[in-house]
Design a protein around this ligand. Structure first.
Ligand SMILES: C[S@@+](CC[C@H](N)C(=O)[O-])C[C@H]1O[C@@H](n2cnc3c(N)ncnc32)[C@H](O)[C@@H]1O
Length: 238
């Protein structure tokens, strides 16, 4: 019997994969180096404010301002596959950072267009100007710049102007922004569109408003929670 690899291979082409793999590794190093000092700050925040969320404190915001905090490779590959399966043409990404997940989403758009023609793009958004510049450079290095429109600024402004229909949305954003991001885009999602939101199991307390919204049996979405690595909520627009 042959040995089977622990994870399926990356869906990216070699050029995009080289860029993405380097960024995933950099993101992991940043988290590993910052984990202990950050944990100390998080414990202080928990005691003081009752929240673990470092995006809510000045210390945390300063530390996170130049960090990638990239989506896990398996979750990013899942997003690629979902976009391919949906034949997605218009994808919205709340939280672009250095563009790691954007590389997977833009690859899916490019591959969908190659398979059946037409036009499409990923609309990313990021409020740290230095991250926007880095993301644009990374997308160009990956050969995917032409499939991406990265909008600089607060997503509550940058996502207001969107053409319809949106086929897929990735929410990989500081937690308090998750529900506002979805509320801005919800009406542009076509029936059957999917919304993937990261870390809803590890952060379920902080995500409670978001989860209540997507799990409302009378609401706009039907939802499933995928456990593991912090968890993912995958919600389908009814
Ligand atoms: C978890 S990171 C995104 C990682 C990215 N998806 C990836 O895989 O590389 C979240 C990003 O959202 C950005 N962000 C947070 N609040 C925002 C807001 N209100 N508008 C736009 N971007 C925001 C942060 O600066 C951060 O870079």
């Amino acid at each position: 019997m042959t040995d089977t690899a622990k994870f399926a291979d990356s869906p990216l082409d070699p050029r995009a994969r080289a860029v993405a793999d380097e960024l995933h590794a950099r993101s992991r190093r940043q988290i590993a180096r910052g984990a202990l000092p950050m944990l100390g700050k998080m414990i202080r925040t928990r005691v003081r404010d009752g929240s673990w969320d470092p995006t809510e404190t000045d210390d945390g915001k300063r530390w996170l301002a130049d960090k990638l905090v990239a989506l896990d490779p398996s979750k990013a590959a899942l997003c690629y596959l979902l976009c391919r399966s949906l034949g997605a043409r218009r994808v919205v990404e709340a939280g672009t950072s250095f563009g790691v997940s954007t590389i997977y989403l833009a690859s899916a758009i490019r591959d969908n267009l190659a398979a059946s023609g037409g036009s499409g793009e990923v609309i990313g958004t990021e409020h740290e100007p230095a991250k926007v510049a880095a993301a644009r450079q990374n997308l160009d290095s990956a050969g995917l710049g032409e499939f991406v429109d990265i909008r600089e600024g607060d997503l509550r402004e940058t996502l207001l102007a969107l053409d319809e229909p949106v086929d897929f949305m990735l929410i990989d954003i500081w937690i308090p922004m998750a529900l506002p991001a979805l509320e801005v885009v919800a009406d542009r999602l076509r029936p059957g569109a999917l919304v993937v939101c990261d870390n809803v199991v590890s952060g379920r307390r902080e995500y409670r408003d978001y989860l209540r919204y997507v799990r409302d049996p009378h609401g706009l979405f039907q939802s499933v929670t995928v456990p593991g690595q912090g968890g993912l909520e995958i919600s389908m627009r009814r």
